[in-house]
Design a protein around this ligand. Structure first.
Ligand SMILES: Cc1ncc(C[n+]2csc(CCOP(=O)(O)OP(=O)(O)O)c2C)c(N)n1
Ligand SMILES: [Mg+2]
Length: 558
């Protein structure tokens, strides 16, 4: 369990205060909270932080990258793969801004990522003197990207500020936090006691709301469960509830893998939309339901029950019949205990849903070129292997048709859908989960956003397998220009390197394959190579559009 180790460390360190620098206090507090890695890129404002990282390097690894976006995406990947807080450290100004797309994504995905950001000399913050890397109102910029931010002004504050940031990332709706510290403050010393992880109060579970939810679900004729990223740690409970209600479970990007795709009740798009159209009660678990409310529609015949860690989320788009606030797992446990009193025996929907899944699969054969490669990946990737999605033709198809067997094994970027997140995020996933194979898929466009981190993969011997589907284009944009803008092609063709030669120039393994069959062989060899990364290039032509299966429009309401 993640919390046991910190508790032990804390007991040991709850000794009389010892003199430490602010940087040492921050690092020791991170260790006391169970962190074992910081993703980082150094620079003069953080020299004394790196001194502390050196001092504690037997307990906390520093994984350095080649660009700050790589460090932040790696921390994000590690957080998504483990469900535990992760940290990255960067210099101020350009260093921080370079990391900001990843921090934005962490915020959108409710991922506990701590950004340690350097600052100019303390006395000059806010004076616009033009110090190296000075940026106007850095705090104001960071504040838009995190819910919790503090500036460490004194060494005596550093440990508690770190503990508060660590708690903030786990309280209520999880998400990123940030600590700034001026270059001179990092090195100042004071007597410091490393604090125990602060208690995280669990919201009280509303027994009355549980009863009302159980009554509604028990009486529902066509219940549907919709899962988002907030359901990833409640797989067992969602599975049990789905069986009890014979309710299909819809996951699209972040909710995949909560219910095993091999379960006949597990659905994705587009069948999920049909089921939304028929449902009389929907239980949303850790999902904003934005697509459902805004694209598919809602009417009076549909009662919504929501479980969300953030109370303000419930009625943002549509007032739910029952709102439950807190972590999905304990709430679902209470619901499972209450439900039998209100739920009758239900006939199995296995045959019906198998038939309907098969009918959609037939129509999805339009995407055969993508699905063939995805089948090859699924056939070689072990059950607990992790697939990291990207904003590419293969990714769009994967969200519809890649079977996912376990939670946290389908890592998809959520609503930012930011091109170029995949390779670096996957490096973080693989770094944090060295025990399982990890495969990232990218287009030629997206891969080149962070291709430089191949050097990081080599330096830190990260055995990620990166599959790059090369169509010589921002293919998605090109197809839209072809289909909707009279073939006026602009800014969508790409000049690419020889991808295998590029990878080999770093010392990585590489292959080029042109069929799903050959991809299987290449993956088998790549997964067996655990000493460093492998790049597999798959040249492809223009691929069929998935959008008719994703943007499907209204199915109920006006
Ligand atoms: C940060 C960011 N910039 C731009 C986009 C817009 N965009 C979406 S898909 C795409 C092209 C993707 O090209 P590639 O990675 O080669 O994948 P392909 O569509 O060719 O499979 C672009 C530019 C985006 N989603 N995110
Ligand atoms: Mg492309």
């Amino acid at each position: 369990m993640p919390r046991k180790k910190p508790a032990k460390t804390v007991k040991k360190s709850a000794e009389p205060a010892s003199t430490m620098t602010a940087a040492e206090a921050v690092v020791a507090t991170l260790i006391a909270h169970g962190l074992d890695t910081v993703y980082a890129l150094p620079g003069v404002q953080n020299d004394l932080l790196f001194e502390a990282l050196f001092r504690f390097s037997d307990r906390l690894r520093t994984v350095h990258t080649r660009h700050e976006q790589g460090a932040a995406y790696m921390a994000l990947g590690a957080a998504l793969a483990t469900g535990k807080p992760q940290a990255y450290a960067v210099v101020p100004g350009p260093g921080f801004l370079n990391s900001s797309a990843a921090l934005l994504t962490a915020y959108s995905m409710n991922a506990p990522v701590l950004a340690l950001v350097g600052q100019i000399p303390d006395a000059d913050i806010g004076r616009h003197l033009g110090h190296l890397h000075e940026i106007r109102d850095q705090a104001g910029i960071i504040k838009r990207l995190v819910d919790h931010l503090a500036l460490i002004r004194k060494p005596a504050e550093a440990a508690r500020a770190t503990a508060l940031a660590m708690r903030a990332m786990r309280i209520g709706r999880p998400g990123p936090a940030s600590l700034q510290c001026a270059m001179d403050v990092w090195g100042r010393s004071a007597p410091v006691t490393i604090p125990a992880p602060l208690p995280i109060p669990a919201p009280k579970i509303d027994a009355d709301a549980i009863r009302r939810a159980a009554k509604r679900l028990g009486a529902a004729k066509r219940p549907l469960i919709v899962c988002g990223g907030g359901a990833q740690d409640a797989s067992k409970e969602v599975t049990a509830l789905s069986a009890m209600l014979q309710a299909p479970v819809l996951g699209y990007r972040r909710g995949r893998g909560v219910l095993d795709s091999r379960d006949p009740l597990s659905v994705t798009l587009p069948l999920g939309r049909d089921l939304w159209g028929e449902a009389d009660v929907v239980l949303g678990v850790g999902t904003r339901l934005l697509t459902q409310f805004r694209q598919w529609g809602v009417d009076r015949d549909l009662a919504i029950i929501r479980i969300d860690a953030d109370e303000s989320e419930h009625a943002r788009l549509h007032k739910p019949a029952v709102a439950l606030t807190g972590d999905a797992k304990p709430i679902l446990q209470h619901l499972l205990a209450e439900l039998p009193a209100h739920n009758g025996k239900r006939p199995s929907r296995k045959a019906e849903l198998e038939e309907r899944r098969a009918a959609w699969r037939k129509r999805l054969e339009k995407l055969a070129p993508q699905l063939g490669y995805l089948e090859a990946i699924r056939a070689e990737l072990p059950e607990d292997g992790i697939f990291v999605d990207e904003v590419t033709q293969l990714g769009f198809a994967a969200r519809l048709g890649f079977p996912v067997y376990k939670p946290r094994t389908f890592i998809s970027p959520g609503y930012q859908d930011n091109l170029g997140w995949g390779f670096a995020t996957a490096l973080g996933v693989q770094d944090a989960r060295r025990d399982v194979p990890v495969v990232s898929i990218s287009g030629d466009g997206g891969f080149m956003f962070t291709a430089n981190e191949m050097a990081t993969a080599m330096r830190h011997r990260i055995p990620l397998v990166a599959v790059v589907f090369n169509d010589g284009a921002f293919g998605n944009v090109r197809r839209i220009q072809q289909e909707s803008y009279g073939n006026r092609l602009i800014g969508s063709d790409l000049a690419n390197p020889d991808f295998p030669a590029f990878a080999r120039s770093f010392g990585a393994e590489a292959a080029r394959v042109t069929s799903p069959q050959d991809l299987r062989g290449a993956l088998r060899r790549a997964f067996a190579h655990r000493d460093g990364p492998t790049l597999i290039e798959v040249p492809v032509g223009a691929l069929p559009s998935p959008w008719e299966f994703i943007h499907m429009g209204k199915i109920r309401g006006k």
